[in-house]
Design a protein around this ligand. Structure first.
Ligand code: ZN
Length: 218
């Protein structure tokens, strides 16, 4: 059972469909683990649909109509809005689709002796969407962010100065929050991180790593 959740503003943006795709995918994956947020998102979606129904219809010009019809032929975008059958203990279906296999099948870029990163492509160029594998007891060097950082724990767990997080827990860090997560001693941790700007390490020992982390294997 997740203990850390997205706040109501984020769930509202998600339900309204206004969250950027990569962040929405991360939030959607949290819903796989969290009945409470799933219910909240469902209620907000219903509310949005009711409001939408009550709007007055407007006449649509030919140009708009043609643009909409033309889009019907497009390849369907990545779908994340429906979280149907959450399966406890399984990787969320959406992530499985993006990974096209198991964690072990991915290309992992080794950053330190305890940290490897695998970049996944969501088709959203504004965000870095990556899996972090931290070995048991391993530490991610202290860092700040230029932008926000969303994290969802998929396996194992980690702790930082603010708490200890386990599978399904969702964290949202604002720019300039400094933290240095350490994986639990008992098992490796795999988490999903969505960044809207590359990480910036603050410890002098790790300055050299920045170029590696901002590389996106696509
Ligand atoms: Zn939740």
């Amino acid at each position: 059972m997740a203990k850390y959740h997205p706040d109501l503003d984020l769930i509202t943006e998600y339900a309204a469909g206004s969250l950027p795709l990569a962040q929405a995918a991360c939030l959607s994956a949290h819903l796989n683990y969290c009945e409470q947020c799933r219910r909240t998102a469902g209620q907000l979606e219903d509310l949005g649909a009711t409001l939408f129904d009550s709007l007055q219809g407007e006449t649509v010009g030919d140009v708009q109509l043609n643009a909409v019809l033309a889009r019907l032929d497009d390849v369907p975008p990545l779908s994340y809005a429906k979280v149907e059958q959450p399966l406890a203990g399984q990787t969320p279906a959406l992530l499985q689709r993006l990974m096209k296999g198991e964690f072990a099948d991915l290309v992992w870029k080794k950053i330190t002796s305890t940290l490897s990163i695998s970049y996944l492509s969501t088709g959203d160029p504004g965000y870095e969407f990556a899996l972090y594998h931290i070995k048991a007891g391993g530490k991610i060097p202290e860092h700040t962010h230029k932008g926000s950082e969303m994290t969802l724990i998929l396996e194992g767990g980690f702790s930082d100065a603010d708490g200890t997080y386990h599978q399904g827990d969702f964290l949202y860090r604002e720019p300039s929050d400094v933290h240095a997560p350490t994986a639990l001693q008992s098992e490796d941790c795999i988490c999903l991180a969505v960044l809207d700007a590359p990480l910036k390490f603050t410890g002098w020992k790790h300055r050299w790593m920045n170029p590696f982390l901002s590389l996106n294997a696509g």
